[in-house]
Design a binder for this molecule. Structure first.
Ligand code: LLP
Length: 410
């Protein structure tokens, strides 16, 4: 099902023609579809709901827009957060503190305290010392912190090196072989209710094999911990499912994923938590931009657009591909390099791509920017943070204003 489609030759978000949004808020602008968000969010829970009282914690880092979080809260999602800022966003969006999971390899004491005071449901511990500090902070407040221990299963998720998190050389989690002894020591601390295990091996995973292998390792650990006398009631299976960025990409379906999880976890008898980010929000957004120039180049012309790496960092950071199409295509194509105005060569969205023929002043979009798009924006080159718009049916709402560098800092 697509909510970004051409009607009468004009690209629409649901029933709203994109030029209408450009007229209202200017470009560049992030445009989200509420329909896609609901469709994917509900599709994901529907596939997994039957599993052992599953919990769904949207990875806020993928799209921290409060309106987006509010919509997801209505679809039954809590939040997976990694900072005090994300905690604020999740609470502001009305997510129940008990449905918030605090991940992150470097939580400060301040962040731990704020999360304890907010009464969040689960801390995902990244190292033994974090457990000790958290226990002490909780005790001094007369509370007990619900926690699980994040393990590093040493599995290569087969994704881009910069977003791989489950190999032993990565900074995340405790080595799975050391987990039982660490668990023994932390479980005895007052102030901590250590319920189980968490893992997350990486993002944009296109193959369920590595995930399944990692889950199996965690399953063995669950039984080993029980054999040591621990009560294990929770496993947090992380996020990571990929989305198709290119036309021919195939990704595991929610049903495939659910079947795998079901098969692997059926004997565990634990509550399962899922932390999806990209699969929920990625296809729900486009970045709308206007062509400033078509500049002659040695091999191909450069289509210079008014969006840049500060609006969408993924191509510059991970050589990521985002499909580029005209809002009102004229039926012709061209081969071009697509770049933004920022003063470095890395500010390039694609080289030698066959795209709709565009010219100065034309509107176009980068697709699949709903996750890790606006979320990773910066004001580099003193550029504004671009507005965000949420479309629902035939109406749209500005859910994030254009923020000028002068409003951000002196
Ligand atoms: N849980 C944890 C502990 C994570 O670290 C992440 C993502 C997620 C869940 C959500 O993963 P997802 O379902 O979205 O794959 N900026 C990069 C992606 C970084 C992902 C970091 N962690 C990108 O644009 O590709």
């Amino acid at each position: 099902m697509s909510f970004f489609d051409y009607h009468d030759g004009i690209l629409h978000a649901e029933q709203v023609p994109l030029p209408e949004i450009a007229d209202a808020v200017g470009t560049p602008a992030h445009v989200y579809s509420a329909g896609v968000l609901r469709h994917t969010a509900e599709g994901f829970t529907a596939a997994l709901r039957h599993l052992q009282s599953a919990r769904f914690a949207f990875a806020v880092k993928a799209n921290p827009n409060t309106a987006v979080l509010r919509l997801l809260a209505k679809c039954g999602y809590g939040a997976d957060i990694v900072s005090g800022g994300e905690l604020r966003r999740a609470l502001d969006a009305g997510m129940a503190p008990t449905e918030i999971v605090f991940s992150g390899v470097g939580k400060t004491d301040r962040e731990l305290i704020d999360a304890l005071d907010a009464g969040i449901g689960q801390f995902n511990l990244e190292l033994e010392e974090e457990g000790r500090v958290l226990a002490r902070l909780a005790q001094s407040r007369g509370v007990r912190a619900g926690a699980v221990l994040r393990v590093n299963p040493d599995i290569d998720g087969g994704t881009h090196a910069k977003i791989s998190t489950g190999k032993r050389e990565n900074k995340f989690g405790v080595a799975i072989a050391e987990a039982p002894d660490i668990f023994d020591r932390l479980a005895s601390l007052d102030g901590l209710d250590l319920h189980g295990i968490a893992l997350h091996i990486g993002s944009q995973l296109g193959d369920l094999g590595p995930l399944e292998a990692a889950y199996r390792r965690v399953g063995e650990l669950v039984f080993e911990l029980r054999a040591r006398g621990h009560t294990i009631t929770r496993v947090d299976l992380g996020g990571g499912l990929g989305i198709p960025y290119r036309a021919g990409d195939t990704m595991p379906s929610f049903a495939d994923y659910a079947a795998m999880v079901s098969r692997v976890t059926e004997q565990w008898n634990t509550r399962l938590t899922f932390e999806p980010g990209r699969v929920i929000a990625g296809l729900a957004g486009v970045l709308m931009t206007r062509v400033i120039w078509v500049k002659p180049g040695v091999m191909y012309p450069f289509v210079i657009v008014d969006a840049a790496m500060n609006d969408l960092a993924r191509p510059a950071l991970y050589d990521a591909y985002h499909r580029f199409t005209a809002v009102a295509p004229n039926g012709e194509t061209m081969v071009a390099n697509i770049a933004g105005p920022v003063c470095e060569t890395g500010d390039t969205f694609g080289m030698a791509q066959t795209i709709d023929r565009v010219g100065r002043g034309d509107l176009a979009v980068f697709h699949a920017t709903g996750a890790y798009g606006a979320a990773m924006a910066s004001s580099y080159n003193c550029r504004p943070l671009s507005p965000q718009v949420l479309v629902d049916g035939d109406t749209f709402t500005v859910v994030g204003d254009r923020i000028l560098p002068t409003e951000l800092a002196a």
